[in-house]
Design a protein around this ligand. Sequence first.
Ligand code: TNX
Length: 493
Amino acid sequence: MTLSLIPAPRALVVREGAFELAPETAVHAPRCHAARFLTELLRRATGYALPDASDASDASDASDASDGALRLSLDGPADLGREGYRLDVGAEGVRLRAHTEEGLFRGVQTLRQLLPPEIESPTPVPGPWRIPYVSITDAPRFRWRGVMLDVARHFFDVEAVKRFIDRAVPYKFNVLHLHLTDDQGWRLRIESHPRLTEHGGTSQVGEGPGGHFTQADFAEIVAYAAARHLTVVPEIDLPGHTQAAMASYPHLAPDGVTPELYRGIDVGFSQLAVHKSTTYDFLDAVLSELAPLTPGPYLHLGGDEAHQTVAEDYDAFMTRTIPLATRHGKTAVMWQEAAAVTALPEGTHLQYWRPTREPVPPALADAASRGLPLIMSPADRAYLDMKYDDTTALGLSWAGTLGVRQSYDWDPETLVPGARVAGIESPLWTETLTTPDDLDHMLYPRLPGLAEVAWSPAPKDWSAYVPRLRAHTLRWDAAGITSYHRSPELEED
Ligand code: TNX
């Protein structure tokens, strides 16, 4: 029996035989997101009742798991960390143990992949529903395993963002970074500054009407992500990428003149009035609304491509702006350019995004040597908006084309020697992407490989990975995902 688990677990033993789910198979579990997620998934595809037996027995009691049930419990080994789990499947049933609810949730994704691909079906289909006998001990290599969606260049609504989350969940991602503002649009309602969305939210790349999230919409996304153990990291990109804000409030512009809304795809032409104190009043107001909407510990302040801002001004701007985030108890995250800021607070996360072929900027190497954690998103490995090859209709290619193998074959810990690598993140910029199917096309089949880079122990083996990845296309078919890229690289082994 060959299994096709992605990301590959830390340790896996497969035995002869399989446990078969039956309509009356009982689910014993503490009340938690993982248990709800699992029973909903199983009931949807199998049509089985799978009675909830949580009240009938103590789910934390590991001793009598001999009755052919599904058992989830929080008595897993603590040494596997917050997201680790143990999964044992045998004649006696399924036993998933973790130390935290988050660990159970990650383990549920593994259990999901042990079932036939049809388990992804949104409507009941015939079984049998067999789960091979296994013993798995698993925990992630990195604590930050992110996906990013740019809702600024093209707006994607709550349903589309939920669907994007659904694509990341089976692969054990745990961070959802939302790029909420850019030149082309401001996408989150700020009550103290309603024109940001009433005006600045009405544009996007090209002709479309734009759009924005109300604060209730944003809360809905945060809750949906939280129920899947993803932390939302909202980004307000500063001090460049700010045309939509300045078009809404001209006092934010250096010359005080209202710019037009922007519908192109250039970067690096806008900057806030970095010398005016009213700019910082504005930022304080925005971050003071954003922080309480964000239960996670991070606020992303952008900092990339501020080509209009001279180094001295950039330093002064960030030095003044970062405390507006940290005073709410948040940790600042910024793109790698912010490494040059003289007084970065301890713990500030820097996001590496330039292609790996470029030398590491001395300021970034220096920040890394001071122990600031890095999130690795090198454009020629992790940028999901790069074309697969020259025939890809969607996407950009400024960092080159990015095939499936190239996005899989890299080690985040070799890029900046000695750095503390928090993990990786895969950004999906949307200059050329307008529909949820477009997003799927760029995500799959690259996203699972990036998940494996983030979760599984190094080293990795492409030729052993390809058959596993190919098996996952059956899951996408069963789930009704139609627009994933049919990559010739999947025939390579
Ligand atoms: C660079 S990555 C950008 C974005 C673009 C992206 C397109 C980064 C920090 N800045 O503004 O959308 O390239 O690939």
